[in-house]
Design a protein around this ligand. Structure first.
Ligand SMILES: [Zn+2]
Length: 164
């Protein structure tokens, strides 16, 4: 049993991913309900077999401060789909401050984008406007859901409907 379970908050918003053992216990203790069963696996006792959860929902809403995505180089690349936000290449990626930090640009989700070395160099100490370059999309803070979405154990798309 190495599969993972998507845990939804009481309001159906995606909260986290946990082990199937933990999810099973949460359901068993009536702390959560099974929303979707795993197609592949069941758990067997001597006399009965139970479906294993693939998606569960907590019965009580919990506030989860850890839900926000931390601002790291890796997470910015991930948000930007590992593509230079100016030319679209996936090679030689660096981080670019849209408004250069030397000119007061913030180190923030809304001012940091993935850029290839070439674009970063040609942009230099300019804003995109000044450099005549265009961002493919406006940078924003990603939601936690997009990080759960491409989780390796996404059960072949079984979770997609919950991660929109
Ligand atoms: Zn580029």
């Amino acid at each position: 049993m190495n599969s993972r379970v998507l845990v939804l908050n009481q309001d159906y918003s995606p909260l986290m991913v946990c082990s199937v053992e933990r999810a099973f216990i949460l359901v068993y203790l009536n702390k959560s309900e099974m929303i979707k069963e795993s197609m592949a696996q069941r758990i067997h006792s001597v006399t009965r077999s139970f479906p294993l959860p693939s998606v569960i929902r907590l019965n009580r809403y919990i506030h989860a401060p850890f839900k926000s995505v931390s601002l790291t180089r890796h997470n910015i690349f991930k948000r930007d789909n590992y593509e230079c936000q100016y030319c679209g290449t996936r090679k030689d990626l660096t981080l670019d401050h849209v408004v250069p930090s030397s000119r007061g640009g913030a180190h923030a989700w809304t001012n940091l984008v993935t850029a290839c070395k070439k674009c970063n160099t040609s942009k230099g100490d300019f804003t995109p406007d000044e450099a005549g370059m265009f961002l493919r999309k406006k940078p924003s803070k990603p939601s936690y859901a997009i990080f759960l979405k491409d989780y390796v154990y996404n059960h072949g798309g079984m979770w997609d409907e919950f991660l929109t």
